[in-house]
Design a protein around this ligand. Sequence first.
Ligand code: G3H
Length: 256
Amino acid sequence: AGRLPLMAGNWKMNLNHLEAIAHTQKLAFALADKDYDAVEVAVLPPFTDLRSVQTLVDGDKLKIKYGAQDISAQDSGAYTGEISGSMLAKLKCTYVAVGHSERRQYHAETDELCNAKVKAAFRHGLTPILCVGEGLDVRKAGDQVSYTLAQLDGGLKDVPAEQAETIVIAYEPVWAIGTGEVATPEDAQEVCGAIRGRLAELYSQELADKVRIQYGGSVKSGNVAAIMAQPDVDGALVGGAALDAEEFVKIVRFRD
Ligand code: G3H
């Protein structure tokens, strides 16, 4: 429906700032030809790499976008260890992941906190990639749709339509993250379609049709095309496979 696919590489806690330069240069070189405007490419490096990536992307006018893996819900002040939206905006980040399952799981992030982070991102002109998705127990009980939609509702609470229409949603079933066990294209479509349906209920069909919904969880060059063929999947949030520049480029070029 005219949505530009977004392929984002989430490096998680990998690649130091020197490795980040080498990796980004490889991506830029491999993508520096005619037709990759058909897909938007982004990387989400650790905070400590953002300046390196910015310098390369800005200096060489690369088309690669970048963003952070997390953001503070606060704007400034005595919050030791936190990174604010204004700091990320100053580094010209485009995106910021919010509520990645690893943040929810290891840092006890609640829907309420994710909602505050979504709002913080918008306050600073950043586009949140709001991550949602069920764990194995929920999937086994067959409750993946209701569970994921509750996370979506929580993350979007009181977010106005003019902001919500620019958000990116990443559906990442936790049981498929880093496990090699990819959701079937039908599994991905079921929940991504339900997410779009809920966006239509919360806002409007017109808005829902604009929002990009990514799938994440063991995406590789060998399975990306089948997932991208689903009508409500508009991109991928790639973890492990994004650490290998050649493999990530193959994922970006899934249409080739
Ligand atoms: O943000 C990315 C996801 O957590 C997926 O990670 O591709 O290593 O399964 P993965």
